[in-house]
Write a protein that binds this ligand. Structure first.
Ligand SMILES: Cc1cc2nc3c(=O)[nH]c(=O)nc-3n(C[C@H](O)[C@H](O)[C@H](O)COP(=O)(O)O)c2cc1C
Length: 181
């Protein structure tokens, strides 16, 4: 079965991304048609981009062991859901770095975004990422999950405020992705 990989794009200590990714994985388990795997960038501690050539000009040739491992893992995905916070109206550097490391591995595969942040729900981060993934020849699907006021979004039991709307968006996003898988 085709695999959708969920990339958790924040790595800082005390991150809210854990709760968001846990909710995404819980809900994906009920969406048939694909298998799902969570990829935590903490488990792929790539140095700041440091390859001698651009991944686009010598596809798949990496000098760093961590880059080779990241490449092999990303090759397994038929599509990606990127979970991203908004940092200073943009995406986290660690996430952009992980995207920059590869090229052919991403190509011609669909991608959807789950963003979170303050009042703007991380939408600016998700929108900026659509520009980045276009250069990677990915297909950014229309629907996205945008979670506002992240510090108040989950209660103590892990329940998400406004869950019905978010779930509808998640399902629409995955359906959009599956058209290209
Ligand atoms: C460096 C930094 C910059 C931030 N900038 C914004 C911002 O521009 N807009 C916003 O809505 N939230 C912003 N926030 C708040 C984050 O969205 C919020 O802290 C969120 O929990 C960050 O994700 P994380 O906890 O998974 O790292 C910022 C947080 C950090 C740490």
């Amino acid at each position: 079965m085709a695999k959708i990989q969920v990339i958790l794009g924040s790595t800082r200590q005390g991150r809210s991304g854990d709760k968001v990714a846990a909710w995404v994985m819980k809900e994906l388990a009920n969406i048939p048609g694909a298998e799902y795997e969570l990829l935590d960038l903490r488990d792929y501690p790539l140095p700041f981009f440091d390859e001698p050539v651009s991944p686009g000009s010598k596809p798949g040739e990496y000098t760093h062991e961590e880059a080779k491992r990241w490449s092999e893992k990303i090759k397994e995905g038929a599509g990606y859901i990127i979970v991203t916070p908004e940092y200073n109206h943009g995406y986290p550097a660690v996430l952009k770095n992980a995207l920059d490391y590869l090229y052919v591995e991403w190509q011609n595969k669909p991608v959807g975004f789950v963003s979170y942040g303050g009042a703007a729900a991380g939408a600016r981060s998700a929108e900026q990422l659509t520009q980045v993934v276009r250069e990677l020849h990915m297909i950014a699907v229309r629907d996205a999950v945008l979670i506002p006021s992240i510090w108040a979004a989950f209660d103590a039991s892990g329940a998400l405020a406004g869950v019905e709307g978010h779930l509808k968006s998640l399902k629409a996003m995955v359906a959009g992705m599956m058209k290209f898988m």
